[in-house]
Write a protein that binds this ligand. Structure first.
Ligand code: CA
Length: 234
């Protein structure tokens, strides 16, 4: 089945040629021009990929990005105009997988879409499939369910990937660069503030006292370490 791509873009001079290109490349595009239309289309079609403009007639695409990310792991690429305040970090903090700056070539965009889809598949192949339980926290890589004290904890896609990496290497300090490589982008060379932001989100969701973490500790200047079962035994 062709991957379904929801295109949210109000400029038809961009969306029409893009949709043609996507069809030729084996995708099934659906074009919408407003947040309202996109929200309905998203619920009906459950797309495999979302391409999302920032400035839309009825609102900000970044809000829609957050909204979609709260519900699903579907890959999202933001389509931004030069000068819009969506730098790399902001885009990633919104939960978007990547962004392109207009004008972009449809060929380049499709290459990035394929890279994200490959990464998703590769990630699921290399990761262990057995659940890991440390102290009160458990993570199940196959169902992507995380619990604390047997209660479900809702995590965004990147938070989950980050937690899985740290828990599968419990007791080791995992260097920041390696985390950026494995969880974000294999060619990361920018600032890593997004990593600290995600760590603080994870602590808020998982630690009894996020300001004095027991599970995820910082090794200053190096990286982060997830506790071993012995570390968190009361
Ligand atoms: Ca626009």
């Amino acid at each position: 089945m062709k991957p379904r791509v929801l295109v949210v873009e109000d400029e038809t001079s961009i969306s029409e040629p893009l949709a043609e290109h996507l069809s030729r490349d084996g995708f099934h595009p659906q074009v919408t021009g407003t947040i309202a239309e996109a929200t309905t289309a998203y619920e009906v079609a459950e797309p495999d990929f979302v391409l999302l403009d920032v400035m839309l007639p009825d609102g900000d695409g970044r809000d829609l990005c957050r909204e979609i990310r709260r519900r699903s792991d579907v890959p999202i690429i933001m389509l931004t105009a030069r000068g819009e305040e969506v730098d790399r970090i902001v885009g990633l903090e919104l939960g978007a997988d990547d962004y392109v700056v207009k004008p972009f070539s449809a060929g380049e965009l499709v290459a990035r879409m394929r890279a994200i889809m490959r990464r998703g598949r590769a990630g699921s192949e290399v990761t262990s499939k057995s659940p890991i339980v440390i102290g009160a926290i458990s993570i199940d890589p196959s169902s992507r369910v995380v619990t604390k004290d047997a209660r479900d904890v809702q995590l965004a896609a990147k938070e989950f990937d980050l937690l899985l990496l740290l828990m599968s290497r419990a007791g080791e300090v995992v260097p920041r660069e390696q985390i950026m490589d494995e969880v974000w982008d294999p060619h990361w060379f920018g600032p890593t503030k997004t990593l600290d932001v995600h760590i603080s989100w994870l602590r808020k969701k998982l630690e009894d006292d996020p300001s004095h973490p027991r599970y995820i500790t910082t090794s200053r200047g190096v990286g982060f370490r997830f506790a071993t079962p012995a570390d968190v035994k009361d």
